[in-house]
Design a protein around this ligand. Structure first.
Ligand code: 4AD
Ligand code: MG
Length: 439
C-alpha cells in the first residue's frame, strides 16, 4: 500500500481518510506531529504526512508506559512512526482515526516557532518551516497539477519541449526590469523570456514549448509580481494571432478542468469557489484594446487611448466577465518590438493578453511576431536597442521567414487565480521579490 508515494509498508494518512482500509484494519504510518493534546488520559496526535492529517490515539493501557511517555514528551513537528488499527470515529477530523498499539519518535523536535497567529513577514522568514502547513501543501499540489496539465496538453498534440538558456546577452521585454550579472567580465542578463530562442527553434521543430524561470527586476511590490517566476512559453510556425489565441484558450480550459478533476479537495480546503472554475469554457470573450478603453471610460475610469492598463484598469475590466477573456490589437508604443504590425492599422500590433476574471487580470501575454526584416530592424532601432545584439534574431527573417506566433503564461499567476489566492507569493515555495532573497 504505497500508491501515494509514502513508502513500502506504510499507509498514507489520506488513504485512511478516504476510507480505503476497512474498519479495524491494521496500518502503519510515518510522518510528523502536526498537533497534539491530551484528553481523559489519552494522547491525541494528529499525524501529518504528504497525503493528509490523521488523528492517532495513544492510550496508555494499549501501548504501555514507555511508548506513552515518549509521545507525552514529544513536541509538535517531531517525526514519528505509529502502528495500530483504523476506525471510523465521527469526532475525529475526516471521520477516521488510528488506535495506536505501537510506535516511536524517530527524531524529536525543538519548540516549533510557528504557533498559528504569526504575521506575513515572520512566515516569510520561516518559509522553510511554513511550507509544512496544510495550506502551503495544498497549493504546492495544485501547482504540480497545473504544470503537469500544461505539459500534458502539448505532449498529447505532438509539440516539442525544449531548453532555452537563462544567461543571455540581450533583453526581450525592455531594459527597465533586467537583472544584470557578471559573465566572465562581460555584462549578461538573466532571461526575462525564452521567446527569442523559441523563435529560433521553430525553424527546427515548428511547434515548441519551454518551462523556464524568468526574471524581472520589478521595483514595486505588488500582489502579482515576483522577481523570479515560472514561465510557460509556446511558439509555433505557420500560426497567426487567431490560431494562437485558440491554442491559449484550449490550454487554459484543459488546465482548469484537470485541476477540478484531480485537486478538488485541495481547492475546497483553500475555500476556493469552484463554481467560478466550472464556468471556464471556450470560447473566451474577445475585445480589442480600443473597445476596452471605451468600456473603461464608460465606467468613469479616466484613461487616454495609447496608455497601458494598470492593475486597477484590468481589475475593472474583469468585472464584466465570468470567465477569462482576451484583449487584442494594442497600440504599438506600449508593446515589445517583436510584435507584428496590424495590416489594417499601422498604429496597432497583433498582440493579445488573456485576463483572468474575479479581479485577477493578465495571466498570458502573446502575439503574432514581426516577420519582415526591415520592419523588425526599424522597431529595434526605435526602441533604442543595438541591432548587433539581435543579429541572430534578425537572421531568422533572412533565411526563410515564416508567419509565426507565441505566448508566455505566468505559472504563478495562473495558480494564484485557480487557487483563489490573494497574493502571488503563496503560488511559489520560495518567493523572490524586492527585499526577499532568503530562505
Ligand atoms: O507579458 P509578458 O512580459 O510577455 C513576455 O514575456 C513574452 N515574451 C512571452 C512570449 O510571448 N513568449 O510575460 C508573460 C506572462 C505575463 O502574462 C504574466 O502572466 C507573467 O508572464 N509575468 C509575471 N509573473 C509574475 N511576476 C512577474 N513579475 C511577471 N511578469 C510577467
Ligand atoms: Mg504582458
Amino acid at each position: 500500500m504505497s500508491e501515494r508515494g509514502v513508502g513500502e509498508g506504510y499507509v498514507g494518512a489520506g488513504e485512511v481518510l478516504e476510507g480505503r482500509l476497512p474498519e479495524g484494519n491494521p496500518a502503519r504510518l510515518r510522518g510528523w506531529i502536526h498537533r497534539k493534546f491530551v484528553v481523559g488520559g489519552k494522547i491525541f496526535v494528529r499525524l501529518r504526512d504528504s497525503t493528509g492529517v490523521l488523528q492517532c490515539v495513544i492510550d496508555r493501557s494499549r501501548v504501555g508506559d514507555e511508548v506513552y511517555g515518549a509521545f507525552e514528551e514529544a513536541k509538535r513537528e517531531s517525526s514519528i512512526v505509529v502502528e495500530g488499527t483504523v476506525h471510523r470515529e465521527p469526532r475525529a477530523p475526516g471521520g477516521w482515526e488510528l488506535r495506536v498499539t505501537r510506535g516511536h519518535v524517530v527524531w524529536p523536535s525543538e519548540d516549533f516557532p510557528i504557533r498559528g497567529k504569526e504575521g506575513v513577514e515572520f512566515l516569510l522568514d520561516n518559509r522553510h518551516l511554513w511550507l509544512r502547513s496544510t495550506r502551503m501543501r495544498d497549493i504546492l499540489k495544485i501547482k504540480h497539477t497545473v504544470l503537469g496539465a500544461l505539459r500534458e496538453y502539448y505532449l498529447e498534440r505532438g509539440w516539442w519541449e525544449v531548453t532555452p538558456p537563462i544567461l543571455t546577452g540581450s533583453a526581450v521585454e525592455g531594459g527597465a526590469t533586467l537583472f544584470k550579472v557578471d559573465y566572465f567580465g562581460e555584462p549578461a542578463y538573466l532571461s526575462q523570456s525564452a521567446q527569442l530562442y523559441l523563435e529560433v527553434l521553430i525553424y527546427s521543430l515548428e511547434r515548441v514549448w519551454a518551462i523556464t524561470p524568468s526574471f524581472r527586476a520589478e521595483k514595486s511590490r505588488t500582489r502579482r509580481h515576483l522577481s523570479e517566476y515560472t514561465h510557460f512559453e509556446v511558439e509555433a510556425a505557420w500560426m497567426n494571432m487567431e490560431d494562437m489565441m485558440r491554442v491559449v484558450e484550449e490550454t487554459v480550459e484543459h488546465v482548469v478542468s484537470r485541476v477540478l478533476e484531480d485537486r478538488r479537495r485541495e481547492l475546497e480546503n483553500l475555500g476556493r469557489d469552484t463554481s467560478a472554475l466550472e464556468r471556464v469554457k471556450r470560447p473566451f470573450p474577445r475585445l480589442t484594446y480600443t473597445e476596452a478603453v471605451e468600456r473603461l471610460r464608460s465606467k468613469g475610469v479616466a484613461m487616454e487611448w495609447g496608455e497601458d492598463f494598470g492593475a486597477d484598469e484590468e481589475a475593472a475590466l474583469t468585472r464584466d466577465f465570468d470567465r477569462p477573456f482576451f484583449v487584442t490589437l494594442f497600440p504599438k508604443q506600449i508593446k515589445a518590438f517583436y510584435m507584428k504590425e496590424y495590416e489594417q492599422d499601422p498604429r496597432l500590433v497583433k498582440g493579445f493578453d488573456l485576463l483572468a476574471p474575479e479581479g485577477y487580470g493578465e495571466i498570458v501575454g502573446g502575439s503574432e511576431r514581426e516577420d519582415s526584416y526591415e520592419k523588425l530592424l526599424a522597431r529595434i532601432r526605435e526602441e533604442g536597442l543595438d541591432p548587433k545584439d539581435y543579429y541572430w534574431y534578425l537572421d531568422l527573417r533572412r533565411y526563410g521567414s515564416v508567419p509565426h506566433s507565441g505566448y508566455g503564461l505566468g505559472v504563478e499567476r495562473l495558480v494564484m487565480w485557480i487557487a483563489g489566492l490573494d497574493h502571488i507569493r503563496d503560488a511559489t515555495p520560495f518567493p523572490r521579490f524586492r527585499e526577499r532573497l532568503r530562505p
